[in-house]
Design a protein around this ligand. Structure first.
Ligand SMILES: NC(=O)c1ccc[n+]([C@@H]2O[C@H](COP(=O)([O-])OP(=O)(O)OC[C@H]3O[C@@H](n4cnc5c(N)ncnc54)[C@H](OP(=O)(O)O)[C@@H]3O)[C@@H](O)[C@H]2O)c1
Length: 268
């Protein structure tokens, strides 16, 4: 039986991946931190589609301690697809010394340690079966250093390099390793900006984004997942890196301003 596991599957892009894959008749293992949200997503999927779900409660923010438990839970499950989606971000754009140290480690644990550990965990089984797909969710912030989101953007550069390297190692063994690099998507990750939450053609909601992204699976190895993001990505890359760093810094200063304004309004 063909199964998929999605990390960070109780909201945003990960939840939509679980729904989209279930719609295609694939049984889903949902891995996320909130038991109530996991139960609710599992029920939603089973009600909508005739597939089975399993849930694994795991908080990726703590480091390596969670992986033996996940491995035990996945022991008898032959995974066909792993969606390394889980990710976390700054609460709002800020310079490094404003970022609590604990938050920096949380971002590294969730964005770097999870993709590394989950991939290391499932690859041997996929290689033994001679087939499988791994989707690693990065971000457009991998394109250049991103001031005021320095740690987040750096973790996504890791995802990119890691993905490209293991693709070279395991692509010939029947494993499809996809690098997925969304630009802005309207999810709660971007709560710092009402403009991003409101969305627009360039900032799709998670449902729209994921419908496009899932359709690229097995067809494209490296993609933004959404055609308008592809066009944006192309034009962004035309500018020299130092200009992109300045533009990124300015964009984040504006988001920071919007966030601070909202905080001030709430206090008054
Ligand atoms: N949204 C964007 O603009 C954007 C752009 C580029 C890339 N991305 C990437 O896309 C991926 C998904 O982002 P999203 O926007 O869908 O985020 P989201 O809406 O915040 O959803 C994140 C999911 O991950 C789960 N999660 C967060 N921290 C966790 C932890 N410590 N342990 C276990 N699960 C955890 C969340 O659980 P809860 O439901 O409990 O919160 C939720 O299910 C991330 O890798 C992100 O970096 C997003």
């Amino acid at each position: 039986m063909f199964l998929t596991a999605v990390t960070g599957s109780t909201d945003g892009i990960g939840k939509q991946y679980a729904l989209e894959l279930a719609q295609r008749g694939i049984n889903v293992v949902l891995i996320s931190r909130n038991p109530d949200k996991l139960k609710s997503v599992a029920e939603e999927i089973e009600k909508l589609y005739s597939v089975k779900t399993r849930t694994i409660v795991a908080d990726f923010s703590k480091g390596t301690e969670v992986y033996p438990y996940i491995e035990e839970q996945l022991k008898d499950i032959p995974l066909g697809i792993l969606v390394n989606n889980v990710g976390t971000q700054y609460e709002y754009p800020m310079p490094l010394c404003e970022l609590p140290t604990a938050k920096a480690w949380e971002i590294i644990n969730v964005n770097v340690v999870a993709v590394t550990s989950m991939t290391r965990m499932v690859l041997p089984g996929m290689v033994a079966r001679g087939q499988g797909a791994i989707i690693n969710v990065s971000s457009g912030s991998e394109l250049q250093p991103l001031p005021l989101m320095a740690v987040y953007a750096a973790t996504k550069v890791y995802v990119r390099n890691f993905t490209f390297a293991i693709r070279e190692e395991y692509g010939s063994k029947g494993i499809h390793i996809q690098h997925l690099s969304p630009l802005f998507v309207s999810t709660k990750m971007n709560t710092f900006s009402q403009k991003l939450l409101d969305g627009n053609l360039l900032v799709p909601d998670a449902t729209t984004y994921t419908k496009h992204a899932v359709s690229t699976l097995g067809r494209v190895q490296t993609t933004t997942g959404y055609w308008l993001h592809g066009i944006q990505y192309f034009f962004i890359k035309l500018a020299p890196e130092w200009i992109r760093i300045k533009i990124g810094a300015q964009m984040n200063r504006e988001f920071r301003g919007e966030y601070m304004q909202k905080v001030r309004t709430k206090i008054q």
